[in-house]
Ligand binder design. Structure first.
Ligand code: ADP
Ligand code: MG
Length: 355
């Protein structure tokens, strides 16, 4: 398939002051699935439109296999786009819907029939050729849309929140199907989603789009456990940031001294973070423990979520079951185990100079 280089892309829509994309760069290896995450309105769909050629970037370049595709017409780029809605032709049969791209290319009816059957096997719906889209469930319609996209053997598959309108069980099932097919066909894929767990389950790497740029890109586990900056950390659910001055492996903060692993971090002012599930709550003092007061306590099935106020910090801790509910106002100690505290960059994303 193809490797993709997105190079310093900028895009401002006419009549808008702020750019949607502001120096967006990302390289995607051949056969890789990269999940693109970002808040609503952050420009995810715009990026996919630039790649397919529906929109043009103001500056920057897009390479497929090392060659710019900007001079190439959208329908000649070999990138297919799949949306949240299947957009099947309602009056055509499933076979006619899937075979549409090959028909346009002038393939023979026999070839088309054979390819349609092959794709139906791949998506796990053999034998539904004669049905109409209205006779399929939402999940099945999305499978047909996927088959229709793949039949033209694209270099690049672009998925724009394709599973959003499906209920959870169907959604999980299709996540597995898409990932299996993507691996089998080794097709380079960008999956846009705002669902963090979906991105982590499906992607080789995740990229976070914040303020028009890639705020972080890494393998899901690394990005989730140790995001590089505050914006990325907040996006993956981290809310506890500890600021202080560093000296000999100790972070001196307004709430007490904490032992930290500095990993060569020499700056005297430092910001550390910790995931909510790594914070412990106990009744007694101890190392890396600061006193606080419980201001909220919620049973969430697999864990209890405590909200604790401690010296001006609002701390959210997720303690796995079995754990006890604690009454509001109770005095506790919050523990930040040294091995789970990690340093992050305070400067997250370069802010746009045009705002
Ligand atoms: P996302 O897919 O991340 O939700 P979009 O790429 O759809 O974000 O949109 C990014 C921003 O650009 C939004 O503020 C949106 O309103 C704006 N936008 C999208 N398309 C157009 C357009 N054709 N003209 C003007 N503004 C647009
Ligand atoms: Mg969108």
């Amino acid at each position: 398939m193809a490797h993709i280089d997105l190079i310093s892309l900028t895009k401002t829509y006419p009549g808008r002051i702020r750019p949607v994309l502001d120096g967006f760069s990302l390289n995607i290896a051949s056969g890789e699935l990269v999940a693109l995450l970002g808040p609503s309105g952050s420009g995810k769909s715009t990026l996919l439109k630039l790649i397919t050629g529906i929109e043009r970037p103001d500056t920057g370049d897009i390479h497929f296999d090392g060659k710019s595709v900007l001079p190439v017409a959208p329908n000649k780029r070999g990138a297919v786009l799949m949306f949240q809605k299947a957009y099947l032709f309602p009056f055509l049969s499933v076979a006619e819907n899937i075979g549409f791209g090959l028909k346009v290319q002038g393939e023979s009816p026999k070839t088309i029939q054979k390819e349609v059957a092959r794709l139906l096997d791949i998506i796990g719906l053999p034998g539904v050729e004669k049905r109409k889209p209205s006779q399929l469930s939402g999940g099945e319609q999305q499978r047909i849309a996927l088959a229709r996209a793949l039949i033209v053997q694209p270099h690049l598959l672009l998925l724009d929140e394709p599973l959003n309108s499906l209920d959870p069980a169907v959604r999980m099932n299709l996540q597995e199907t898409i990932r299996r097919i993507q691996r089998e066909l080794k097709i380079t894929t960008i999956l846009v989603t705002h669902d963090l767990s979906e991105a982590m389950a499906m992607a080789d790497r995740m990229a976070l789009l914040i303020n028009g740029q890639v705020a972080a890109v890494d393998q899901p586990m690394r990005l989730f456990q140790q995001p590089p900056n505050e914006a990325a950390a907040r996006f993956v659910g981290i809310t506890t940031f500890l600021k202080g001055s560093l000296a000999h492996g100790t972070l001196r903060t307004d709430y007490g001294n904490l032992m930290v692993n500095t990993n060569g971090h020499m700056a005297n002012s430092a910001l550390f973070a910790i995931r909510p599930e790594h914070i412990q709550v106990q009744q007694h003092p101890g190392q890396n423990a600061i006193p606080g007061k419980v201001v909220g306590c919620m049973y969430r099935g697999e864990h209890i979520e405590y909200q604790i106020a401690a010296s001006g910090l609002a701390i959210r801790a997720r303690v796995p079951m079995p754990a006890a509910m604690v009454p509001h106002g109770e005095n506790v100690f919050v523990v930040f185990p040294q091995e789970y505290l990690f340093a992050i960059n305070e400067q997250s994303v370069r802010h746009s100079s045009t705002t």
